[in-house]
Design a protein around this ligand. Structure first.
Ligand code: C2E
Ligand code: MG
Ligand code: MG
Length: 744
């Protein structure tokens, strides 16, 4: 049963190329490392800056604390003086001026007996505050009472002053004694303008240097955080806060710095990203280049190996690979006692299909056959194309001869299934020769020879067939070798001679031509007919010198006869394929004809139909060459080959000889009768003369005359005659063949 071949080609590709994956991996590692490196360095710098800022904030907080406590200490000094003067503080202005001058940082000093501002130094600009009743002023009373209650200094503010400006006021309650009883005298106060306090610190300078700061406190009434002073620019992240101890409250100072930390972090990410990309690409190149080169070299090596060990057309192994593999396998055979079989496969008539349909189609056919053969064996077996239309299979681990037989049968059956080539459907036969190892030999050369011999034996047995090698085949080869030697000697010793068989007109029974047929008088084996030696002569190429000898001999014969009978009939000469393949053929024929002086019209060359079809172009070229010399061309054994009548049109043929096999069966086989009739009718249309060969009976003759066959050749008229007998052959023959036969 014929089976199709299904080839599934996998197109699966990896999602990501390994080299891309490597590059990505390198990138991730490098990016991570460089980011970590830069980030840790930045973090270090950041920590350092944080620490410095912390120090700075600490210093500013201490400075403010110090300034405030120094300025507020003035209230103690004043209180001391009030107590010393028992509430009768006369030289307040002079004293206050001294205190302000020596302590600094104080805007004015006040005395508020009973909580009413009575004295202010300096007064200028502060007049409005005189008479201010602190204990009943909602905005001030809370801290004032707190001071009395605490019997200690309180700091009020910052707040807006009645006389304008934002200030802090430190109030110290003064208690005096009268009659052994302590009573509240009033307050000694020191007013400090906030901006003057700030001006006494470095905060403004820091602000100019890119620092931001804020002073805040918890508002005594609302309990909310109140920012009471700050730089123009708001605080930035990563600020540092420190508390400042002030009487009855706590302030906070917060400082931040224009830090480019965020920017640097982003820059670090960007730089490490770019660096990582560049490095990854570089490393990819550096590390993967050798790998890439190695792959390329491997690829090219594989491609070269493919070229060196594989057949380009079919993808099968080639002869070289097969031979090397066989060498190894033969060693295995010896070691492990295994068996193998070599099958030589030759396609039948491949050349004919190749010539007829063109080389492209021939290639498709070879590929199809290659696939089919491959399908018939196990994966472990080896299938090779040995060249042209020859294939070989090595069956490894052979179970026995039957295994090889089975495979051969399957190959013949499968290869023989119809193959579609374009618009045509062709069927190709295959012939197989099988040899077994080690049964037949251990030696590769011998095994190949055996397989070849077996294949040729199969061909001789009728193609589309398989044969196992046997020693008889060797015998045949030996005989062939002996025959070759004898043939060489035969040429040298002039052992060949020609006989001539008449060709008679079936219409007039007149002699038309003779066919020259070779004979060999073997010194030991006696008379040899062409069937015994032409094959060997063709295989060995000896047919080429023999063929030129035949032509010369025929020319000689014509010359001899012309001396006796000026009107001689043409002589037909058989030409085999090997002769046509001789590049000098046309030239040599011309030389021989010219040398003999024979009229080329008297010579007609017979070429078998199969020879014609073997290489149509070459045949056509030679035929034209020969025709130009004036010779005629006859197609011999027509019908035995495969050519069609349409192909015949291509050749400028003069005569066509219907194969003897058709004529032989004319009496019994109606199909053969129909074929011969059809051939005759059609060939006549091409203007070609039809000759029937092998006419042996009257009934064959009658039929052939009936269908209008032009001429005949056969034992009915005459067996081939020796050159001497030709002279005695009486012609023209009489009209009645029967009479003629009797006269012979
Ligand atoms: P062919 O060219 O077809 O020659 C016709 C063959 O048929 C001859 O056989 C001839 O003797 C035989 N024959 C003729 N009439 C009859 C008949 O009525 N009955 C039978 N049974 N046979 C008949 P032959 O001489 O043995 O030649 C065989 C073939 O050898 C030829 O077939 C031709 O192909 C080849 N051959 C003969 N001489 C030469 C030659 O000089 N050169 C080459 N290349 N081939 C030759
Ligand atoms: Mg012939
Ligand atoms: Mg013939």
């Amino acid at each position: 049963m014929c089976r199709g071949t299904l080839t599934i080609v996998s197109n699966k590709k990896p999602l990501i190329k390994p080299s891309t994956a490597y590059t990505c991996l390198i990138f991730v590692v490098l990016f991570g490392l460089s980011y970590l490196g830069i980030y840790s360095r930045l973090a270090e710098v950041h920590n350092e800056q944080h620490w410095l800022l912390d120090e700075l904030v600490h210093a500013q907080a201490s400075a403010l604390e110090r300034l405030l406590s120094r300025s507020l200490s003035s209230t103690y000094i004043l209180a001391q003086e009030v107590r010393r003067s028992n509430g009768n503080f006369r030289d307040f202005d002079k004293f206050a001026a001294e205190v302000i001058k020596s302590l600094g940082g104080i805007s004015n000093l006040q005395l508020a007996p009973n909580g009413i501002v009575e004295r202010i130094y300096p007064l200028a600009g502060n007049e409005k505050a005189i008479g201010h009743k602190i204990l009943i002023d909602d905005a001030r009373s809370k801290e004032a009472y707190q001071a009395i209650k605490k019997r200690g200094l309180t700091l009020a503010g910052p707040f807006e002053l009645i006389q304008g400006g934002i200030a802090l006021i430190g109030r110290n309650p003064v208690f005096l004694e009268k009659d052994g009883e302590e009573y509240f005298w009033g307050f000694t106060s020191a007013l400090i303008y906030l901006d003057e306090l700030i001006a006494a610190t470095d905060l403004d300078k820091l602000s100019a240097k890119g620092y931001q700061f804020q002073l805040s406190r918890i508002h005594p009434d609302s309990g909310d955080l109140e920012i009471f002073f700050g730089s123009e620019v708001n605080l930035l992240p990563h600020s540092i806060i420190k508390s400042i101890n002030v009487p009855n409250n706590s302030w906070n100072i917060t400082i931040s710095r224009n830090s480019e930390y965020e920017f640097h972090v982003n820059l670090a990410i960007a730089i490490s990203f770019v660096l990582a990309v560049i490095l990854a690409l570089l490393l990819n190149r550096v590390f993967l280049e050798p790998e890439r080169l190695r792959k390329k070299v491997n690829q090219q090596t594989r491609a070269l190996e493919q070229l060196a060990f594989h057949d380009e057309l079919t993808g099968l192994a080639n002869r070289r690979f097969l031979t090397e593999k066989l060498e190894q396998e033969i060693l295995n055979l010896k070691r492990h006692g295994r068996h193998l079989a070599i099958l030589y496969i030759d396609l039948d008539d491949f050349k004919r299909i190749n010539d007829a349909l063109g080389h492209d189609m021939g290639d498709v056919l070879l590929k199809t056959v290659a696939d089919r053969i491959r399908d018939m064996v196990r994966k472990s077996d080896i299938v090779a194309r040995m060249g042209g239309d020859e294939f070989a299979v090595i069956l490894l681990d052979l179970k026995g001869a039957d295994h090889a037989r089975l495979v051969a049968e399957k190959i013949i059956e499968n290869v023989g299934c119809p193959i579609t080539l374009g618009k045509h459907e062709v069927v190709i036969g295959s012939t197989i020769g099988i040899t077994l190892a080690p049964d037949d030999s251990y030696e590769i050369g011998e095994l190949f020879r055996n397989a070849d011999l077996a294949m040729y034996a199969s061909k001789r047995a009728g193609k589309n067939h398989y044969s196992f090698f046997n020693t008889e085949m060797q015998q045949i080869v030996t005989e062939h070798l002996l025959m070759e030697e004898s043939l060489r000697q035969a040429i040298a010793n002039n052992e060949f001679y020609l006989v001539y068989q008449p060709i008679i007109s079936l219409d007039t029974y007149q002699l038309q031509k003779f066919e020259a047929l070779i004979r060999w008088r073997h010194p030991l084996n006696g008379e040899q007919s062409p069937g015994d030696f032409i094959g060997v002569a063709e295989e060995t190429g000896l047919i080429i010198p023999i063929g030129y000898w035949v032509l010369s001999e025929v020319c000689q014969f014509i010359n001899d006869r012309q001396q006796k009978w000026p009107e001689v009939v043409p002589i037909m000469i058989n030409i085999s394929s090997a002769q046509l393949k001789d590049v000098n053929f046309g030239h040599r024929v011309e030389e021989i004809i010219n040398a003999s002086g024979v009229d080329p019209k008297l010579i007609e060359l017979e070429i078998t139909e199969s020879v014609l079809m073997e290489d149509i172009d070459l045949a056509l070229q030679l035929i034209n060459q020969v025709k130009q010399l004036g010779m005629k061309i006859c197609i011999d054994d027509f019908g035995a080959g495969y050519s069609s009548l349409t192909q015949l049109k291509k050749f400028p043929v003069d005569t066509l000889k219907i194969d003897r096999d058709f004529v032989r069966d004319l009496d019994d086989d109606p199909i053969d009768r129909q074929i011969v009739e059809a051939i005759t009718a059609m060939v006549h249309k091409l203007g070609i003369i039809v000759v029937a060969e092998g006419i042996e009976t009257e009934s064959q003759l009658r039929f052939l005359r009936q269908i209008g066959c032009d001429s005949g050749q056969g034992f009915l008229f005459s067996k081939p005659l020796s050159a001497d007998d030709v002279g005695r052959f009486d012609y023209p023959v009489s009209i009645s063949h029967t009479d003629r036969k009797q006269s012979l």
